[in-house]
Write a protein that binds this ligand. Sequence first.
Ligand code: LLP
Length: 419
Amino acid sequence: MNDFNYLSDHLSCEEVPVETIAREAGTPFYLYSHRTLRRHFRIFDSAFAEVPHIVCFAVKANSNTAILRIFVREGGGVDLVSGGELYRALKAGVDPGKIVYSGVGKREDEIDFALRTGILMFNVESDQELEKINTRAQILGVRAGIGLRVNPDVDPQTHPHISTGLRENKFGINIEASLTAYRRAAGLKHLDIKGVSCHIGSQVTKLSPFIDALARLKELILQLRKEGIAIRYLDLGGGLGITYDRETPPHPSEYARAIIDAAREIDCTFIFEPGRVIVGNAGILVTRVLYTKENEGKRFIIVDAGMNDLVRPSLYGSFHHIQPVIRRKREEIVADVVGPICESGDFLAKGRKLPAFEQGELLAVMSAGAYGFSMSSNYNSRPRAPEILVRDDRWYVIRKRETWEDLDRGEEIPEWMDI
Ligand code: LLP
């Protein structure tokens, strides 16, 4: 459920017509509903009310500080993968005690930043990283909270580019090897072993992969406890899928029920790292039709948003519904919706049955709140789109549209190139 609805055929976000915003802000732009964001967070959080838990929103899905602040106000933490994300999280006011830091390639300066901040734990992805964190903690005179990111070798049955829990992926430490790695970690004086973590993939639409992974982690936790290694946190990562088209993922309450039931004997604080399920359907990308044309019998709708604004269709062949901002009865056509970028891979929809959109018309690319703006770029020297948040009947620019001056910021022409 989300708060993008037609009110007498005008697409609105909460109580604000999308057209009103487009008139003032120009296109393209990202648009988020505060009500949807907060509701999605609350649904996920309350689904686990009966067990101790922390919902650590995956910053990579949507990194805007105002959006992070919404979750902070709801008591949420964050899952990070870089120093830049930590910087953003602190600006948003996240409690360091609710920060987990994942990622296979943490740099020394990033580790130091996280150690100085006093985050809850690093999800460590290799033996060498364990050593590195231990050394840095010693140098800084602190103890580092850690968990190992274990690769449980389960098939999340999702797109191969976003599946992460299989043995052949670069992520985590194989579950067999993890026991040895924990023993080694237990001997490193500047580490405080707190947890076990895993993340099996993204846009997972079945429960069984999560439950399989949990069963493997549970065995590991019980074994570690036998050896005197006290595991207090169980981080199950993110990955719960959403409906883009016809997918029928489990509701967060079903996901929670299944996990709580399967984890009965392990007395741990749960950590979750949801991204998409919170923000995916809470945001859209609004774009305007620049031109329509026909080439060799193929119809194209050329819009002012490109793969630099939303790369998911080009990168993964992802499906996003495309709807008119002002709805009316008209004939349907089959067309490609393409952007202005000079690449044939620059499309938002291919061979899609759509209303015969017209030049100048506003379109809404749905379900764009996750991995939309956060994966956008300046390719073709296109300033990045603004991000706008609606709350009730008001809207707020939470990130300005970039300008041409933003494009060459930091660039310098060496003196000897004088003309
Ligand atoms: N935790 C870790 C360690 C992750 O790597 C990810 C996502 C998440 C949590 C959040 O997963 P979510 O709940 O959003 O599924 N760009 C791709 C998705 C890549 C996901 C990467 N990791 C896309 O646009 O579909």
